[in-house]
Every structure is written in C-alpha cells, then in structure tokens.
Design a protein around this ligand. Structure first.
Ligand code: FBP
Length: 257
C-alpha cells in the first residue's frame, strides 16, 4: 500500500483500532430508524464530537449540507459512495452515487462502498469498486468496504464460510478496512477465521439493530479478542437513551480509553 494511504488510514485507526459512527440508515432503511432527536444529523455530529469517535460516515447529501458542522467537529469524515433504499426487493444492487473527487472536496478522510457478494448484481458492484479503489488510492484516500453476502444464491451456504468469504474478498480487491456482520449462529472461532482470511485488511463489525447494552458490550469484547480493529456502529449508539455513556464504554473496550 502506498505510504500516504497508510498515513491517512492512521487518521481513522489509532494503534490499529477504530470506533466509527455510521449514519447512512436514512437512505438504507428510511426514517423509520429515527426519532425526533436522531433524525437530525447535528445530533449525530455532536455524539461523534463529544465522544471523539474515530470517524463519521455520511452519504454525500448530509456531508454537503452539514459540512460546516462536520468540519468544526474535527471528526474524520468517511463519505459513502454508493447506496440504495430498502424498498426494492430481490437480489440487491447498490450503485455509485458520489465520486472520490467529490468526497475529497467535501473533506473526506476516507470513502466507503457497499458490495453484496452473492447477488446476481455482484459483478457491477465489483467493477464500480475497482474504479473507486484505484482513484481513491491515487489520491491517498483509504477505502472502507461494507461487504454483505445477500441474494438467492447464498441461501443454503454456511454462514461461517460466507463471513470469511466476505472478509477475504475485501483483501483480494484492495479494501483497507472491511466492515462485515458477525453473522448470527457463527462462533468466536468463526469470527477469528474471518479476521485471518482478511489478512492485512482491517476488520470492523457492524452494529446491527438495537440490542441490550450488556449484550453489545460483551460482543464487543469478543470482537476485539478475535482480532478485529473495532466497530462501525450506528443504531445501537444513536438510538440509545444515553449515547455518551455507551460510547465511553465502547471506547474503553476498543481503544482502551
Ligand atoms: P448499524 O450499526 O445501525 O447496523 O449500521 C451499520 C450499517 O452497515 C449501516 O452503515 C447501514 O446503513 C446498515 O448497517 C445496513 O444494514 P442492512 O443492510 O442490514 O439493512
């Protein structure tokens, strides 16, 4: 990897660890995930700022409209370059909605992209990623890949295999950080195998729908023990009644402070 990409990666990873706040659910799921408070992007920026998250993830619209507030927060920005709504059924496809150049103009430290491996549309997403990865690395911008096995073809495949396959794909196609789900029904050992499969690509785990705090904290300890770099989490933090308290607990586990 080019040295400068590494330098910029260091803005997101401290000692190889990271706690990223994700807020692209408004597009992916719709405002059903939100309440009166967290529907406002400023609320999310404040959580990230007050708790010194490692990075914040937005789609380009929020990154543009709330640019002053994001810059003032001094939290590194990751701009998601593709996305889709949750309304279309069938094998998913997430197309590019923003370029690397636009993300850089918005002040991005990193860019994010989603690929649904196993979807019949996988080749299109792989190809768009290829272009983004090359452009981003030319400009010394690290690439974070959200990679989720989805679609009819994966229905009967073991979750353990799919999780490691997702992680490995990220390494093979040049992602700097890969975001996977710790698939339900898989074990700690399975997660360790996925981390191993990702090689030098750092693994972060998605939060998923809101769960009990105790469960989340216990899982986070396991995630770190398995060799992951941290979490890229959304709903569990900004849907929590006390996001500051939870963020501090997560930081202690992940970053040790
Ligand atoms: P959460 O912690 O809220 O699950 O966010 C993680 C994330 O990857 C988001 O960035 C994204 O919007 C969402 O999950 C997509 O989840 P899914 O594809 O399962 O609906």
């Amino acid at each position: 990897m080019r040295l400068l990409v590494k330098t910029n990666l260091k803005k997101i990873l401290k000692n190889g660890k990271t706690l990223i706040l994700a807020y692209d659910q408004g597009l992916e799921h719709g405002p059903t995930d939100f309440n009166d408070k967290n529907v406002d992007p400023n609320y999310i920026i404040k959580i990230a700022k007050d708790n010194k998250f490692s990075a914040l993830v937005f789609q380009k619209g929020i990154a543009e409209k709330y640019n002053d507030e994001i810059k003032k927060s001094k939290i590194p920005l990751i701009v998601k370059l593709n996305g889709k709504t949750g309304l279309v059924k069938g094998d998913p496809i997430s197309r590019q909605l923003c370029t690397v150049e636009e993300a850089i103009k918005l002040g991005a430290t990193g860019v994010g992209f989603t690929i649904y491996i196993g979807s019949i549309h996988e080749p299109k997403m792989l190809q768009e990623f290829e272009n983004i990865q090359r452009n981003a690395h030319k400009k010394n911008i690290p690439v974070i890949l959200w990679i989720y096995p989805r679609g009819k073809s994966i229905k009967n495949k073991p979750k353990r295999e799919l999780m490691a396959y997702a992680a490995r794909t990220a390494l093979e196609i040049g992602a700097d950080i890969v975001k996977i789900k710790w698939e339900q029904g898989t074990t700690f050992k399975d997660l360790q195998w996925a981390v191993k499969s990702a090689g030098k690509t750092k693994v972060v785990i998605a939060g998923g729908a809101k769960k009990q705090e105790k469960e989340l904290l216990q899982q986070t300890k396991q995630i770190m023990k398995a060799g992951c770099a941290g979490l890229a989490i959304g709903r569990n933090v900004w849907q929590n009644k006390d996001p500051n308290k939870l963020s501090k607990q997560l930081k202690k586990i992940i970053l040790g402070k």
